[in-house]
Design a protein around this ligand. Structure first.
Ligand SMILES: NC(=O)c1ccc[n+]([C@@H]2O[C@H](COP(=O)([O-])OP(=O)(O)OC[C@H]3O[C@@H](n4cnc5c(N)ncnc54)[C@H](OP(=O)(O)O)[C@@H]3O)[C@@H](O)[C@H]2O)c1
Length: 186
């Protein structure tokens, strides 16, 4: 319902009439102002709001991830695959093979593709994603391979080795579950 806006104001129960009047004034004031904050707290005459800041978690790499490693993610152009690649790349890994059945158009056609398709186009979104990872320094190989097709997956693994000079250490399925592999087969 676009006409309704909700905000949460956390208060301490007033202990005196004077405090109740002051709280009442503050709450009325809260209704008048166009504040962006959705969660507010009043404490000891101070106005607090909730904020988030990005931080780097002090986490250890899971066993299957290794700094500078090479990874092949099937479903790698989907939402989960892209999210994993984007997060893991910043923490671990250098070479990423993103496999999906349809892959992407050849790189030489990317500029034209972007120019000819609107912002909402799914392939454009994937192209922009690959470019953004590469601009950050990741090495990305996009391959068309169906995870259910042994030969296509063998080819994807071989392309990965050829491109990065190392086998994919782990094969991960961007389908909400993870599977360990030895880089030799899917
Ligand atoms: N997103 C979520 O929050 C969420 C939560 C829980 C579970 N899941 C499940 O996790 C899976 C992935 O989710 P998603 O959101 O990443 O989906 P998505 O955005 O639709 O991406 C799926 C990716 O997998 C590829 N793909 C599909 N079949 C494939 C195959 N046989 N071989 C190789 N690649 C294949 C697709 O590309 P092509 O079509 O080109 O092959 C696409 O890149 C889905 O099964 C979904 O139901 C998702």
């Amino acid at each position: 319902m676009p006409a309704i806006r909700c905000r949460s104001v956390d208060v301490v129960e007033p202990a005196s009439r004077w405090q109740a009047e002051r709280l009442s004034d503050s709450l009325l004031n809260e209704l008048r102002v166009e504040a962006r904050e959705r969660a507010i707290a009043y404490r000891r005459g101070q106005w607090w709001t909730q904020a988030f800041r990005a931080d780097r978690a002090d986490v250890q790499a899971p066993q299957y991830l290794r700094e500078g490693g090479v990874y092949l993610i099937t479903g790698g152009l989907g939402r989960i695959g892209r999210t994993l690649a984007a997060i893991w790349w910043r923490l671990w890994g250098q070479g990423w093979t993103l496999a999906s059945r349809s892959g992407l158009p050849p790189r030489s056609e990317w500029d034209r593709w972007l120019a000819e398709h609107d912002e909402a186009d799914a392939q454009s979104d994937r192209i922009r994603f690959v470019r953004s990872l590469e601009e950050e320094g990741a090495e990305v190989l996009v391959v068309a391979a169906d995870v259910g097709d042994r030969e296509q997956m063998r080819a994807a693994v071989a392309q990965t080795r050829q491109r990065f000079g190392a086998p994919a250490r782990r094969i991960t399925r961007g389908r909400g579950c993870r599977r360990r592999g030895d880089g030799s087969a899917a």
